[in-house]
Design a binder for this molecule. Structure first.
Ligand SMILES: *Cc1c(COP(=O)(O)O)cnc(C)c1O
Length: 374
């Protein structure tokens, strides 16, 4: 990046992602496959560079959210298996097949549509079936009184022509949350997943790849890793607050000081006049705002690593800028770097201030913010 253009950027450590991939790999049982989740532009880290790294490092599968994300990877030269976790309209069945993309099937009606479309082309679509065991989002309903119809629908799907059922999976709602109640819920989801598979296999279904472990389960329920794990957040270095796996954060969000001014006590700062200086204040204007991905909800509730300390952010965060009190950090000058997260500044402090989770902050780093690969 041209130094003159330095405004705000996200440093991405591909070495860090490789390190995390290898650390997670070492934690897997023998023979367990690794699917890297690279949806949402690899949680803001850049889908193509991350996918290429995982392909080269020997990962088995990638997952994305939708067809556009899958095609971006194929067009970029990624040849390894890719699973689409979300819905794809049946009109795109030929594209899925021709580009070698695996589609999730989450209901019998959709399975019939894909089967009919593939049959009309004289081709076969590779699919993974998704079971809803308690997330209550996509998937064959099979909890509680839906068990028998769930198994029946899965069995009917397995019998459809022109579909290759390569895998079956489910998704956990609280595998990353502590507490006995959450543990019981996760174990019940897992038991139901296994029970549906067993009942479907008794009816002739075969599922070469069974998978359910997202980041939370990889960390907290290693016995649930089955044939493949499906981590996203861990790959990017977050989600393991106890440091069990020794992961490294891979994105460092950095901005710069645009200008510095001194204000007398009683000066109103930014939209809404929500901050008024209590002392003579050396105020920095930072070149980052909510259009870059810094949530406005953080206004006045966070501080950023700068110089030898931390600068409290004050006043409403604007679209392209925000203010920070540099009075106690005389070493911070115009052009100095200010770190929002990823190094000395914790992403958890910022996500708490924004009443959200690290996932959302990573994905929110906008297109305007250049990714600088280290
Ligand atoms: C996003 C997603 C994952 C990855 O979740 P993490 O918590 O980031 O590990 C895994 N499986 C499915 C179905 C997902 O949608």
């Amino acid at each position: 990046m041209n130094d003159l253009q330095k405004r705000t950027w996200a440093e991405i450590s591909l070495d860090g992602i490789r390190h995390n991939y290898e650390a997670i790999r070492r934690h897997l049982p023998q023979g367990c496959r690794f699917l890297g989740v690279v949806k949402a532009d690899a949680y803001g880290h850049g889908a193509l560079p991350v996918a290429k790294l995982l392909q080269e490092a020997g990962a088995d599968y990638l997952a994305v959210s939708c067809l556009d994300e899958a095609l971006e990877l194929r067009d970029g030269g990624v040849s390894m298996p890719i699973l689409i976790l979300g819905h794809t309209p049946r009109e795109y069945t030929e594209t899925l097949i021709d580009r070698g993309i695996t589609q999730t099937v989450s209901a019998l009606a959709k399975a019939r549509e894909y089967s009919a479309a593939a049959a009309a082309l004289g081709k076969t679509l590779r699919v993974h079936l998704k079971l809803d065991t308690g997330m209550s989002r996509l998937g064959f309903l099979c909890a509680g009184s839906y068990f028998d119809t769930g198994v029946e629908n899965v069995a009917q799907t397995c019998a459809l022509p022109n579909l290759e059922i390569e895998g079956v999976y489910t998704h956990f709602a609280v595998s990353d949350e502590p507490g006995a109640d959450n543990e019981a819920y996760t174990r019940a989801q897992f038991r139901l997943f296994c029970d549906v598979i067993a009942a479907a296999e008794a009816r002739g279904c075969r599922f070469p790849i069974r998978h359910c472990a997202n980041s939370g389960a990889v960390l907290n329920y290693p016995e649930m890793m089955l044939d493949m794990v499906r981590p996203g957040l861990l790959l990017y270095g977050y989600g393991d607050r106890e440091g069990k796996l020794g992961l490294r954060p891979c994105m460092r969000l950095v901005t710069t000081v645009s200008t510095i001014k001194y204000y007398e006590p009683g000066t109103c700062v930014s939209y809404g006049r929500r901050f008024v200086t209590a002392r003579r204040t050396r105020m920095g204007v930072l070149a980052i705002g909510y259009a870059d991905g810094l949530p406005r909800l953080c206004s006045g509730r966070c501080s950023f690593a700068a110089g030898g300390g931390f600068a409290p952010q004050v006043g409403s965060i604007c679209m392209d800028m925000c203010m920070a009190d540099l009075t106690d950090l005389p070493e911070v000058q115009v052009g100095s770097e200010v770190e929002l997260f990823g190094g000395r500044s914790s992403i958890y402090a910022l996500s708490d201030a924004a009443q959200t989770i690290p996932y959302e902050l990573l994905c929110a780093v906008s297109k305007r913010v250049p990714r600088v690969y280290l």
